[in-house]
Structures are given as structure tokens and as C-alpha cells.
Design a binder for this molecule. Structure first.
Ligand code: WQD
Length: 338
């Protein structure tokens, strides 16, 4: 009997890629999404990609307990992967209460309905942002936590909510996955990152410059204490990240042992290195201008990635050129009529 998994926010960037990886791993998957930061058209792309005739999905919000009850009444889930959250650092500084409501109250609603149904396995989308300003690099999971913006605050609070729940009731099994910087797209070009407005993040912004939709990249800061003075991050291919979720889920189902792991490559790349790599993928040097530092940014952030390998067998295998080529393939094919 195939294991049944609920993906909240499953039509989003990481959720949709994880849907494909879970179907390929033999799971039965149900998606809930309110389409506030994703498009319903993704569902037909997922059907095309996986061969699932009709993707099982419900439109609604984790802020609606009655909606969650309706979904859990209709399915007997073995686990939940929780993607549904607001995730833009800059926006979080403008509307912190909405971020706390969706990211924290939404998580509480989900935990309540799960407990009521005896569904005790949850994979949680956390983020390297919970390390705040890292004291040492690479960053190990036991590094001190903090936050530098309301989005990071909600991710740290989410982890602490899960820690409190598990400490009080060992029946819970949580896979807490701290994403570094997800980039790239599925090799088919059918799904990818599809920001509705001007992107905040580096790669989707570079992609729009490459596509001619934006004139040049503004490089936020050239005087950091890094090899070329620009910000250094740990970029991880979204397909590697999706596979990490499958490994976390199978660990929970096989052992009910909770875990907290970094999902990164362990390598740091600068803004200029990423820009040059994208230029190779799209076949031309991309224009940029040096700008002042962006408030809240840290100089460098990259993972100590050994725990995910030891606990889950996770290994990021896709390199920088694949990250850029897959993004460019999505931009020039699938994103056109998404
Ligand atoms: C990367 C680098 C910028 C845009 C955040 C969240 C993290 C995750 C990913 C949700 C930095 C530079 C960027 C631009 C630039 N989000 N940059 N010009 O800030 O590392 O991480 O997004 O899960 O949790 O914290 O990602 O892509 O915004 O920035 O120079 O137009 O690119 O300064 O050095 P970040 P980013």
C-alpha cells in the first residue's frame, strides 16, 4: 500500500519539485495550496511530468481549520510536508504580523489537525536564516540561532514550536530541513521558480536580466570580506533539495526518529561567480552595476553539510552549471505560458 503524504503549498516552487520526487519514489501525494504565491496551472504540468492523471489537490489555506478538517477527513495521511508559508525577507519587514500569522498560526493549525487524526510525522521547511549572522563558517546545525528579519523570526519560532511539541509528546516525529539558497528548475523546463513580481532573490533576478525583462543586475555590496567583495551563499539545486525531502520523509516513516539538518552543498559562491555562470548558460555576459549593501544581508553563509549525509544519505549532486542551465531552460521554455 503506497504511503500517503500531504504537501501544503505543494504548487509552489519547492513544493512542486518535491511532488515530482515523491511520486517517483512511489508515494501517493495530495496537494493543498491557496495559490497566493503559485499558479493552479502548475497542477497540469505536474500531471504531465509524473503521469498522474489527476493531481489530487484542494484549494485553501492553512489558516482555515475547517478546510484542513475537510482534507484530513478525506485522506489517511502517513505524513505531512509543510511548505505553505510566506518567504520574502524584504516583504516580511513591511508586514510582520501577516508573516507571523501565516507562518506560525498556520503551523499551529496544521499540528492541531494532525494530532486529532493521529498523523504525527511532519517535514518542516526551515531556513539557514535561523542562523542569523553566522559566527563561524561553514555553519553547523548546532550553531547559535537568531534572526535578522521577521521572516527569519517566524522560521525560528516554527522550529521552537516543534521542539516544544516533541518535548511534551514523543509521539511526534519532525524532520526540520534548513534550506540554504534553492535555485534552478526541473530538467524538463515545465516547472520552475515563477515569481509574480520583481524578484527579491538573486537567481530569478539574473534570469530576468538574461531574458531582457530587466536591464541589469544590481549587485548589493562589493566591499564584503569575501574573495571578490560580493555576497557569498550556498546555492543548492531545487531537485537536490526535493530529493532531500524524500530522504527525510523515509527516515521519519522508517524510524520515527526526528532530525534537524542543513540542506546545502557546503560550497559558497559569490554574486559575481553566479552572474558569470548564468552568462555561460544563456550565452552572453550579463550587465550589472555595483550598489550599496542590502540591509539585513550577511557577508557569507554556507552549510556544514555532513549531518544530512550521515543521517539521511543526502548528497547534493547537481553543480552550478546545471543550476543555471536548468533555470535558463525553464525561462526560455516552460515559464512562457505558465
Ligand atoms: C543572495 C545574494 C544578495 C539580489 C534569502 C532568505 C532565505 C531564502 C533565500 C526563503 C546576497 C545578492 C540578491 C539582487 C544581489 N528564502 N543579491 N542582487 O538573502 O541569501 O536568502 O532568500 O527561503 O531564507 O534569507 O538570498 O537570493 O536574496 O541573495 O546582489 O538583486 O545575492 O546581497 O548576497 P538570501 P538572495
Amino acid at each position: 500500500m503506497a504511503r500517503s503524504v500531504l504537501l501544503t503549498g505543494g504548487a509552489g516552487y519547492i513544493g512542486s519539485h518535491t511532488y515530482v520526487a515523491l511520486i517517483e519514489a512511489g508515494y501517493h501525494v495530495v496537494i493543498i495550496d491557496d495559490f497566493s504565491n503559485s499558479k493552479a496551472s502548475v497542477l497540469s504540468r505536474l500531471s504531465q511530468l509524473t503521469g498522474v492523471n489527476r493531481v489530487s489537490s484542494y484549494e485553501g489555506s492553512v489558516l482555515d481549520p475547517a478546510f484542513l478538517d475537510q482534507v484530513f477527513d478525506a485522506h489517511d495521511f502517513d505524513a505531512v510536508v509543510h511548505f505553505a508559508a510566506k518567504k520574502a525577507v524584504g516583504e516580511s519587514t513591511e508586514i510582520p504580523l501577516e508573516y507571523i500569522e501565516v507562518n506560525c498560526s498556520g503551523l499551529l493549525n496544521l499540528l492541531k489537525v494532525m494530532k486529532g487524526r493521529g498523523v504525527r510525522r511532519l517535514v518542516f521547511s526551515s531556513s539557514a536564516t535561523v542562523y542569523g549572522e553566522p559566527e563561524e563558517l561553514p555553519i553547523h546545525e548546532d550553531a547559535p540561532r537568531g534572526y535578522t528579519n521577521p521572516y527569519g523570526f517566524t522560521k525560528l519560532m516554527g522550529e521552537q514550536i516543534l521542539e516544544q511539541a516533541a518535548a511534551a509528546d514523543p509521539a511526534w516525529a519532525f524532520g526540520i530541513l534548513r534550506y540554504f539558497n534553492p535555485v534552478g528548475a526541473h530538467p524538463s523546463g515545465l516547472i520552475g521558480e515563477d515569481p509574480s513580481d520583481i524578484p527579491n532573490n538573486l537567481m530569478p533576478y539574473i534570469a530576468k536580466v538574461a531574458a531582457g525583462d530587466l536591464p541589469h543586475l544590481g549587485v548589493f555590496g562589493s566591499d564584503y570580506d569575501t574573495p571578490d567583495g560580493t555576497g557569498v551563499r550556498d546555492y543548492i539545486h531545487v531537485c537536490d533539495l526535493a530529493e532531500g525531502h524524500v530522504q527525510s520523509l523515509s527516515k521519519l516513516i522508517e524510524t520515527d526518529d526526528g532530525h534537524t539538518v542543513n540542506l546545502g552543498t557546503g560550497n559558497g559562491l559569490s554574486v559575481l561567480e553566479m552572474l558569470a555562470a548564468y552568462g555561460r548558460a544563456c550565452g552572453r555576459d550579463l550587465p550589472y552595476e555595483m550598489k550599496p549593501r542590502r540591509p539585513g544581508d550577511v557577508a557569507a553563509c554556507y552549510a556544514e553539510a555532513s549531518r544530512a549525509r550521515a543521517l539521511l544519505g543526502f548528497e547534493a549532486t547537481r553543480g552550478l552549471d546545471d543550476m543555471c542551465a536548468s533555470s535558463w531552460h525553464w525561462i526560455t521554455t516552460g515559464s512562457k505560458d505558465a
